[in-house]
Ligand binder design. Structure first.
Ligand SMILES: Cc1cc2nc3c(=O)[nH]c(=O)nc-3n(C[C@H](O)[C@H](O)[C@H](O)COP(=O)(O)OP(=O)(O)OC[C@H]3O[C@@H](n4cnc5c(N)ncnc54)[C@H](O)[C@@H]3O)c2cc1C
Length: 385
C-alpha cells in the first residue's frame, strides 16, 4: 500500500478545513492554500444535521459548536400568514446529539480553523494552484511562482473550482436554475424555535435559529440568472419580495434599511458523477456537488467528504487510485441522494404559481410532508465516524 505522507488541500471552507483536520489527525502533513487574503467568511448561517455533528464530535469540537449555536429537533411548514400546515420531528441524532445545530458560518469556520491550526496544518492565504504538473498532477505550481510536490492534492475549492476544471474540464459544473436565495441575519423572535418554511406563491420564506438571540431569514424564489442587484437597493428589493408574507416576516420586511446585511446568491445545483479524481488530484464539497439548501446539508456533505477522504486514503487497501475511486464512489452515492431529494423539494415548492396551486400544495404537505422528510432523516442520519 502506497503511503500518503503529504497532502495539499486547496480551499479553506468547511470541506477543506474538515479534510485538513481529518488528515493531520491521521499523521499526514497538510498544506492548505486559500485564495482569499484572510478568513473573513461571507454568509449567514448553517444548519448542521446530526451526521455533520458526528464529524465535529470526532474532531473534538462538538461542545464548542453546540455552545455557540442553536439546537433544534423539529421543523414546521406554514402558509404565507404563518398558519401551520405540517410539523415534523426529525428522526436524527440521539445519544447526546441533537437532530440539528445551526450557527453562523463565521462561528463554525473559526472553530474549525482553530482546530486545524492546533493540529499543525500550514495555511497559505492569497494562494491558488496555477498548474497541476506531472503524470499524477501533484507537482504543483502556485500563482506566486513557487512549486511543491505532494502525494495527493485535495480540491475543496468551492463552486468555481480549479481542481474540478483539472479533473473533468467543463463537462460537469454549475448551471443556472433560475432560482435565487435571499438571506439576512436578524434577532430571533421567540416563536421561531426550529427550522421553518412559509410556502408562498412563486417562492417561500423561512427562518433558521442560529443562536439564542439570532436567526436568519431567507426567501427562495425565481430570479433572472446572472442578475447582479445593486447593494444599495437590496433592502427595497427584498421588502418587495416578502410582501405576500405575514407574521414576523412582515415585521422584518418593514424594518429593512440600506444598512441591512442582506446576502443574495443564485442557486446553481449540479453533481459530478464519480470518479472524483484524476491522477492523484481529487475533489469534494461544493467543488463536486452543489445541492439546493432544502435539507440544509451542503456544508454537512462537505464535512463528511473531508472526513471520508482522509479515512479511505489512510486506511483503505490497494493503490492510491483504488482508494480515491472508493472515496468517489461512496461519496457520489450519498451526495446524489441529497441532491435528488433537495432538487425535488425545490421544484415542488417553486411550482406554486397561483392560489389554486397553493391550496393543492397545502393539502399535499398536510398529507405527506412529515413522512417524506422522515425518509430523508433516516438516510441523512445513516453516517457514522
Ligand atoms: C442559500 C444557501 C443556504 C445554505 N444553507 C446551508 C445549511 O443550512 N447547512 C449546510 O450544511 N449547508 C448549507 N448551504 C451549503 C453550504 O454553504 C456549502 O455547501 C458549503 O459552504 C460548501 O463548503 P465547501 O468547503 O465545499 O466550499 P466553500 O465554502 O465555497 O469553500 C471553498 C473555499 O475555497 C476557496 N477557493 C476558491 N477557489 C480557490 C482556489 N482556486 N484556490 C484556493 N482556494 C480557493 C474559497 O475562497 C473558499 O474559502 C447553503 C447554501 C446556500 C446557497
Amino acid at each position: 500500500m502506497t503511503k500518503v505522507r503529504k497532502v495539499l488541500v486547496a480551499g479553506g471552507g468547511v470541506g477543506g478545513l474538515c479534510a485538513a483536520i481529518a488528515l493531520t489527525s491521521r499523521g499526514v502533513e497538510v498544506d492548505l492554500v486559500e485564495k482569499r487574503p484572510d478568513f473573513n467568511v461571507p454568509g449567514v448561517g448553517l444548519g448542521q444535521p446530526a451526521c455533520a455533528l458526528r464529524v465535529y464530535r470526532e474532531f473534538g469540537i462538538l461542545d464548542e459548536i453546540l455552545d455557540t449555536g442553536f439546537s433544534y429537533n423539529h421543523m414546521s411548514i406554514f402558509d404565507p400568514q404563518r398558519t401551520l400546515i405540517a410539523e415534523h420531528r426529525f428522526l436524527m441524532g440521539g445519544n447526546g446529539l441533537p437532530a440539528f445545530c445551526a450557527l453562523s458560518r463565521s462561528s463554525l469556520h473559526s472553530t474549525l480553523y482553530r482546530r486545524a491550526l492546533s493540529l499543525g496544518v500550514e495555511f497559505r492565504f492569497s494562494t491558488e494552484v496555477a498548474e497541476f504538473v506531472g503524470p499524477l498532477g501533484t507537482a504543483v505550481r502556485f500563482n506566486d511562482g513557487s512549486e511543491a510536490d505532494y502525494d495527493v492534492v485535495a480540491g475543496f475549492d468551492g463552486i468555481r473550482s480549479t481542481v474540478r476544471q483539472f479533473i473533468v474540464g467543463d463537462m460537469f459544473g454549475p448551471r443556472p436554475s433560475g432560482i435565487g436565495a435571499w438571506r439576512i441575519q436578524v434577532d430571533r423572535p421567540s416563536c421561531v424555535t426550529g427550522m421553518e418554511f412559509l410556502q408562498g406563491i412563486d417562492g417561500k420564506a423561512g427562518a433558521i435559529p442560529i443562536a439564542q438571540d439570532k436567526m436568519y431569514l431567507f426567501n427562495i424564489r425565481p430570479e433572472t440568472p446572472g442578475e447582479i442587484f445593486p447593494r444599495e437597493k437590496l433592502h427595497v428589493l427584498l421588502k418587495e419580495r416578502l410582501a405576500q408574507f405575514g407574521s414576523y416576516v412582515a415585521e422584518i420586511a418593514d424594518s429593512l434599511t440600506p444598512e441591512s446585511p442582506i446576502v443574495y446568491g443564485a442557486l446553481e445545483p449540479f453533481i459530478v458523477p464519480y470518479p472524483w479524481h484524476k491522477g492523484h488530484v481529487v475533489m469534494g464539497g461544493d467543488a463536486a456537488h452543489i445541492v439546493p439548501p432544502h435539507l440544509t446539508a451542503g456544508a454537512a456533505m462537505a464535512a463528511e467528504d473531508g472526513y471520508v477522504l482522509a479515512k479511505l486514503l489512510l486506511s483503505g487497501d490497494g493503490s492510491v487510485d483504488d482508494r480515491l475511486t472508493a472515496y468517489g464512489k461512496v461519496r457520489f452515492a450519498r451526495n446524489a441522494f441529497v441532491y435528488t431529494f433537495a432538487r425535488e423539494w425545490l421544484s415542488m415548492e417553486q411550482s406554486v404559481h397561483s392560489p389554486a396551486d397553493l391550496a393543492a400544495a397545502k393539502d399535499e404537505y398536510a398529507r405527506n410532508a412529515d413522512g417524506r422528510i422522515a425518509v430523508a432523516d433516516r438516510i441523512l442520519d445513516a453516517f457514522e465516524c
